[in-house]
Design a protein. Sequence first.
Length: 467
Amino acid sequence: MAETQFDLVVIGGGPGGYVAAIRAAQLGLKTAVVESRGALGGTCLNVGCIPSKALLQSSEHFSHAKHKLKDHGVLVDKVGLNLDVMMKRKDAIVKKLTSGVEFLMKKNKITYLKGFGSFLDRNTVKVALNEGGEQTLQTKSTIIATGSEAIEIPIAPFDEKQVLSSTGALALEAVPDHLVVIGGGVIGLEMGSVWARLGAKVTVIEAADSILPMMDKDVIRTMKKVLGAEGMEFHEKARFTELKKSGKKLTVVADKGGETVSINCDRLLVAVGRRAFTKNLGLEKVGITPEKNGKIKTDGHYGTGVPGIYAIGDVIDGPMLAHKAEEEGVACAEMIAGKPGHVNYVAIPNVVYTWPEVAAIGINEQEAQAQGLEVNIGKFPFAPNGRAMAFGETEGFVKLIADKKTDRLLGAHIVGPMASELIAELAIAFEYSASAEDVARSVHAHPTLAEVIKEAALAVDKRSLHS
Ligand code: NAD
């Protein structure tokens, strides 16, 4: 007879949910995870962060072999593409990681139910099992960690063959001739980069003033230059108005400040953001009403207002990032177990895995201005850095923003090789409320890309050494 009494039931087995379950189990709570996908790991591991990074890495190798290896004196006669192998490699990585999470559930003695969970009442969760039938769980506490889904535009419903969400864009069987992307945000630029490197013409239509509208203006300028040089084309301040289909051909129509732009293509990726997934959870039965955008309002302790019911990750406010959800999962589980859980929201890094990569933490220069803050800014390029030269990757810079009076770091922005890894140093600096001087005085191994961070920190006080 399967267990039906739990201290904690987590609905949703993505990075927020499964991590919450592990932490709860570590703290002695009898825990169950309910997940309907058939695999743990959520969007991130199955159809998001992980498969996209696999394809980004593979397509980067392809592009390096074609364009950059000759600069190193490495001559490759003919560079070919076996997309099938590339896709199978991606699928194998996903399988390995999602099975790994399943193993972690077993190791931590967490009950994993494959099915769709919904509330019957505050202490009862019904699971419609994937294999058929139902199971009812009694629980003291529940965490809603059901994540998000791609926003669909009514004039271009997803068919995942011609009109793609990020999921379809990760599983194409052939390189498109021309891929149009609606939305120049993170997914648009990452998936656009994959297919552009593999040979597709890529055109991005962005409604806002620029691509990556939330980023620092210096970052945006560099990214437009670099991605533009790689062949990506951008239409900014352009509103997608119509999609015409004729057999295998698509025509995307956009309004760009009164001018009509018509683009013929064979694939369309719609990446205009994601929406909290809170449908069919029986929330009305427990008295939770999601907001208009589907999100669940929570208090400072992830409480939904209904005793014993909590929510974390993409279904609540804040950036839709796997690492934000994970931290919330840990904090929420700790609070349920009577411990002081905490997430430091000012120290959450944000990464775009284009090449060069973009990574940021804290506020940007425009936000500092809008908030009327007095700041000092230090900026240093990768161009004079020895390791960057050895890599053959000298594009980009590090830009640090520090409070003028206290020198405390308020923002850090990196465009450059391995920015995703470099930002970890600054995340720790933020966690410790470091000043620019603290970073400037820290010894950085030579030669490393991280020396550019040290030089940018020195530049805050106008004393960088290698400029
Ligand atoms: P996003 O919010 O990053 O970008 C969406 C873009 O679409 C915005 O620039 C917006 O101005 C534009 N847009 C919206 N409506 C439009 C329209 N009708 N026409 C043209 N442009 C329009 O969203 P996303 O790229 O879809 O990603 C979804 C979520 O997933 C984000 O929250 C993102 O943080 C997360 N994500 C993160 C990573 C990462 O951390 N590397 C990778 C992929 C996705």
